[in-house]
Design a protein around this ligand. Structure first.
Ligand code: ZN
Length: 448
């Protein structure tokens, strides 16, 4: 088959993958449907950004949540717009061309050129985003969401910068080598090699995270909790041995709560933040673990990977055409000679930023779908292990929301476009109403 037909074939595959995923979600059982209706009605009846019957804040905290919500909305879209504008300015004022010239002057060695160019580019990017980053960290400190000292924060920024430079440099060298070898099909070749790279990245992520946070086996720090969590594991016929449960010391830097599933294959693990354990009741922690084990058992990492590769395919394909078009039209003005020019990286990143904004609601919707499924799974998994699964879910969401001043009733469009999880208020209302154990109802993932 010719390469020309490939895009059509893959777009068809993507539509198929999405349809299968979405229809899987649409198979709503009556209990789930009833709870979704209850949650939607509760949100519709509450004032915008106001308290809900199942998740409410004190007047002072509600004011903070509303302010944070406005700031986050502004920063989110402001940052995206600024990312594109700053790239256009760097290109338009010849800064990118200057970086290329400097890199080429430093050495005739391609590796030295690539790394110098990337270093200059990353420094410019860091400086341009520094004011917003500083403000965001200042706000987190002011609202008590972060307790990290400024030197430690700058230290983390430096570590992240160094990692991006070192790993990004390798990707840059690979990309430009492929572009030189396959000038017309590099987008497809790079997509192919991106698959093992992404898999490797997810596999090693649990080994990179300890650069920023301390990890310990949960069994060492909270043996009684592990014994309780093992009951959830047994109940779901899962295979999560205690050595795959970790405690992350988030409290050194953050006050917010979280738990997640990280890694892939042999590195796959459930991670619970120490802040979660400190602030939640045992039943609430068990529910949170039930949610995380839902991601683990329902294979969300695997299906997210398939989804990500579909998104990357579209992004690289469109990126290829954008680069050809932009260099033909603006290359002379920007000082970008061809797609082989180091400066073309900025054009490609401009394309990725533009498509990223357009693809954001698709990615958010996909993520929310998984999170909702994990909520359903979590609530079913803890049935019989906690006194009251509905109360445990509502309690957990209230603690989660209150510690981060989460907006009880956010703007629906903003939620649709950017939220990776359903809003805390929606999750709490759903949790309150979800009861598949009553007569006439059936659980979705467990037998009654
Ligand atoms: Zn989750």
């Amino acid at each position: 088959m010719s390469l020309r037909r490939l895009p059509l074939l893959f777009v068809a595959c993507i539509v198929l993958v999405l349809t299968l995923n979405l229809t899987g979600c649409a198979k709503e059982r009556p209990a789930e449907h009833a709870a979704n209706v209850y949650a939607s009605q509760e949100l519709a009846a509450a004032p915008p950004h106001g308290n809900l019957p199942d998740y409410s804040l004190s007047p002072a905290d509600l004011a903070k949540a509303q302010h944070l919500s406005t700031v986050h909305e502004t920063l989110h879209f402001g940052n995206e717009a600024w990312g594109i504008l700053s790239l256009l300015l760097l290109l338009g004022f010849g800064a990118i061309a200057w970086m290329r010239n400097t890199a080429v002057k430093v050495s005739s060695n391609r590796w030295a050129q690539g790394y110098v160019f990337l270093l200059l580019y990353l420094i410019a990017g860091a400086l341009l985003s520094l004011p917003v980053d500083l403000y965001a960290q200042h706000l987190s400190l002011k609202y008590g969401l972060s307790v990290q000292s400024w030197p430690s924060w700058f230290g983390d920024q430096a570590k992240a910068f160094a990692l991006t430079w070192i790993i990004g440099g390798l990707l840059l060298m690979l990309l430009f080598w492929i572009i030189r070898k396959l000038p017309r099909t590099w987008w497809f070749a790079f997509w192919c090699v991106s698959i093992p790279i992404v898999l490797f990245g997810i596999f090693v992520a649990p080994y990179i995270e300890p650069i920023f946070f301390k990890y310990q086996p949960l069994e060492k720090t909270n043996p009684a909790l592990v014994a309780q969590l093992e009951q959830v594991v047994e109940r779901g016929h899962m295979n999560i041995p205690p050595e795959r449960m970790f405690l992350m010391s988030a409290s050194a830097k953050l006050t917010t709560l979280n738990a997640d599933v990280e890694g892939f294959g042999a590195s796959k693990r459930v991670v619970v933040w120490d802040t979660t354990i400190a602030k939640m009741t045992p039943d609430e922690i068990v529910f949170v673990f039930g949610h995380e084990s839902g991601h683990y058992v329902l294979g969300h990492i695997g299906s997210t990977l398939v989804f990500t590769f579909a998104i990357l395919f579209v992004t690289f394909y469109l990126g290829f055409f954008f680069v050809q078009w932009a260099i033909a039209k603006f290359g002379a003005r920007w000082g970008v000679t061809s797609q082989n020019d180091w400066a073309a990286l900025a054009v490609l990143l401009l394309a990725f930023s533009l498509f990223g904004i357009l693809l954001e609601p698709i990615e958010s919707t996909y993520s929310r779908m998984h999170e909702h499924a994990a909520d359903v799974y979590g609530q079913e998994a803890v049935h019989g292990l906690v006194a009251d699964p509905q109360a445990a879910a509502v309690g957990a969401f209230n603690v989660l929301g209150k510690t981060s001043f989460a907006d009880p009733n956010p703007d629906p469009l903003y939620e649709f476009w950017t939220y990776s999880h359903p809003s805390i208020g929606r999750r709490a209302a759903f949790g309150k109403a979800y009861n598949p154990w009553i007569p006439g109802m059936e659980p979705k993932y467990f037998k009654k």
